[in-house]
Design a protein around this ligand. Structure first.
Ligand code: HEC
Length: 383
């Protein structure tokens, strides 16, 4: 009884305090608070809308109402690093395709939720008569699914196969579909970039593109980063008649499995292109900790990492020990979201001297975890 009374009076005081501060500092209260229309929409645009939109793989949170209703879950998911799905820990390498929230963005979300999710100040962002006298549309988050991020491609290949090979991925909930694409290569050329615009994003988690015969990895599409651009004077060599293989990772659902889409290809000037190559290291294993290693024979400039690991992998570390003993961590990924495989495109290439020892370690997590079983592989894109 006593305790209950105390709680009521504290709540009452809090209400009074809130009303008092709003009453005494109305301007301070509005200009200092985080608003949906101003800060939150920007965060959703960059980090969330590509999935949380109609036609995307997750529940729509593009309007203020939708976001407001989900605010507690958003707060929790963001602080727990569950959303957006991105496992690389900042401070160990920086990546072009990161979808990590900055500390500032996290603070905005926390303050917005704690401030009860205000939409706007009531006058600045909403219901302003436009120049034509019409009412402005409410501010909403959006993601343009039809825009070529790399600019207009040199060639657009429609992916619309008659036949799709479907399989299941070992131990994972994702399904796999394979498609071979003919990019109509007539003479030797260098691919300097590629970008994929799928027709249907609802079930699509990742698409791994590689050169069909050599198996050379080209790019891994994810909902938040659908392209790969090689540096200005470099490219992947394509021979006449060569095909591109696309390996789709999709969730099973009733909405069907469409692999159709548009693949945009960019070509480099053949005479100046530096050739992008790859080094691959892998081992088959079983245990709570799997490791695979290799020594680099030549000086290697690393431009991207594409790790593949068994289901149940909780954390992943990729490191390079220089011949002088210095250890460089290329990637540290924690709480890996299994449903969202991704590559890691280095913000700036890292050159490792010949003789460097490259080590990839996958951990199952705590001691109680079931053992990892299968292939641990790192494909390293370099020149
Ligand atoms: C790559 C796609 C993707 C991105 C990017 C993404 N989400 Fe999600 N999110 C999902 C999917 C799929 C689910 C539902 C399944 C799950 O919980 O994993 C989900 C679930 C959620 C949930 C509901 C969790 C629950 O159990 O109630 C919240 C809240 C959420 N996301 C917030 C966000 C926010 C905020 C962002 C951006 C900062 C974001 N997500 C970015 C795909 C994504």
């Amino acid at each position: 009884m006593h305790r209950q009374l105390a709680r009521v009076s504290i709540l009452f005081l809090a209400v009074i305090a809130a009303a008092w501060s709003a009453f005494t500092f109305p301007h301070a209260a509005t200009s200092n608070s985080v608003l949906f229309d101003r800060e939150i929409v920007r965060i959703l645009n960059i980090h969330c809308a590509m999935c949380h939109m109609s036609g995307g793989p997750a529940e729509d949170i593009t309007t203020w109402q939708q976001t407001w209703l989900q605010r507690d879950a958003i707060h929790d998911q963001v602080l727990a690093r569950h959303m957006p799905p991105w496992a690389a820990v900042s401070g160990y390498g920086s990546f072009k395709n990161t979808n990590q929230l900055t500390l500032r963005e996290k603070r905005f979300i926390v303050s917005w939720v704690e401030g009860l999710g205000p939409r706007n100040t009531g006058e600045v962002f909403f219901n302003l008569p436009g120049t034509d006298g019409a009412q402005d549309e409410p501010v909403t988050a959006s993601f343009d699914t039809a825009a070529w991020r790399l600019g207009d491609p040199g060639r657009v290949v429609r992916v619309a196969p008659d036949d799709v090979l479907v399989g299941t991925l070992d131990g994972s909930e994702l399904l796999q579909a394979f498609v071979t694409i003919d990019p109509f290569i007539q003479e030797e050329t260098f691919l300097s970039g590629l970008e994929f615009l799928p027709d249907d994003r609802r079930n699509l988690h990742a698409v791994v593109f590689s050169v069909a015969d050599s198996g050379q990895w080209l790019a891994t599409w994810t909902p938040w980063y659908g392209h790969r651009e090689f540096s200005e004077d470099s490219g992947v060599r394509l021979a006449p008649g060569q095909h591109i293989q696309a390996d789709y990772l999709m969730s099973e659902s009733n909405s069907g499995m469409t692999v159709n889409g548009s693949l945009g290809l960019h070509f480099a000037n053949t005479t100046t292109a530096r050739q992008v190559q790859e080094i691959s290291v892998e081992s088959q294993g079983r245990g709570t900790r799997l490791q695979t290693e290799t020594t680099l024979e030549n000086e290697t400039t690393v431009i991207a990492l594409w790790p593949e690991y068994p289901a149940g992998t909780h954390s992943l570390e990729i490191s390079a020990r220089h011949p002088n003993g210095r250890v460089e961590i290329l990637l540290l990924a924690l709480d890996i979201p299994e449903q969202w495989p991704t590559s890691y495109i280095l913000e700036s290439p890292i050159t490792l001297p010949a003789g460097s020892r490259l080590t990839v370690t996958a951990n199952a997590g705590d001691a109680q975890s079931t053992a990892l079983s299968g292939m641990l592989r790192l494909t390293l894109s370099n020149y």
